[in-house]
Design a protein around this ligand. Sequence first.
Ligand SMILES: Nc1ncnc2c1ncn2[C@@H]1O[C@H](COP(=O)(O)OP(=O)(O)O)[C@@H](O)[C@H]1O
Ligand SMILES: [Mg+2]
Length: 301
Amino acid sequence: MQNVPVIQTTGLSYSFSNKTEAISDINMVVEKGAVYGFLGPNGSGKTTTLSLLLGLYKLHKGAIKIFGEKLQSARSTILKKTGSLIETPSLYGHLTAKENMEVYHKIYGAPKSRIIELLQLVDLSGTGKKSAKKFSLGMKQRLSIALALLPDPELLILDEPANGLDPEGIIELRQLIKKLNAEKGITIVISSHILSEIEKMVTHVGIINKGRMVFQGALEDLHVHNESLLQLHTSDNEKAIHFLKQYNPETEGDLITVYCDDIVQAASINRMLMNNGIDVYLLQPKKNNLEQTFIDLIEKQ
Ligand SMILES: Nc1ncnc2c1ncn2[C@@H]1O[C@H](COP(=O)(O)OP(=O)(O)O)[C@@H](O)[C@H]1O
Ligand SMILES: [Mg+2]
């Protein structure tokens, strides 16, 4: 069974009280090897969904399969292969990175050599005697991820790990996520309420709003091609604009955007510019801004 998704929920719903549902009919599919970004504004249901996946809440409605097995019946085997970080990490502030690892290592019973290896992996092996309370938020997050990695999981679920990180912290987190995915083959689910925070680390996205999934798929499918807009970069943009007048050209930095209906027209634009001694370095359909697509999806609901 090669193509069994690592996570598959069917009609997953949950309500905290018997009033409204916090999440409704969530059909989440996370394929093996994916870095799945779970995106949505605050209060949209990300933590509720991820908590259900980890068996932290009782399943009310719908089904959860992880590694192809039902969570209710195979809970302990599933959770042994799953590392997680939900909401604020619980670290011992007075202990060093290594000592924190040792505490949890005893609980999980992982080989001791993993402590050094994991601290290197999350780039904390040089912190020595520094206690965790003196760590930056990014360092604390990375230590928490190292703790989640102790049982050598095949699946890692991280709830808003970028929350509160500065740009440098986000870059370090991104590098770590990519490394865990590429080198260790770990399937990763990472939630965020800010698309730009995780856009560069994910292969797939699930967008949730008001408890409902509004988009799920590969990241490139979210890049909606706007076929009526064409972007160009030429050897002489000023001269090109003159020849492109009928297409209502607009410039943005080095790029010219024109209105154009089809690829035949794109080819004739290219030929016309070349015939006028202008080299065309780039000619492509303009992509919608990803952030705008995200906002549009959420506002459309
Ligand atoms: N423990 C709780 N008790 C009651 N309502 C809750 C609880 N946790 C979350 N909710 C509600 O469920 C909805 C989804 O919340 P949550 O899953 O935390 O969203 P997110 O993680 O996307 O910010 C929100 O309306 C929130 O107020
Ligand atoms: Mg949350």
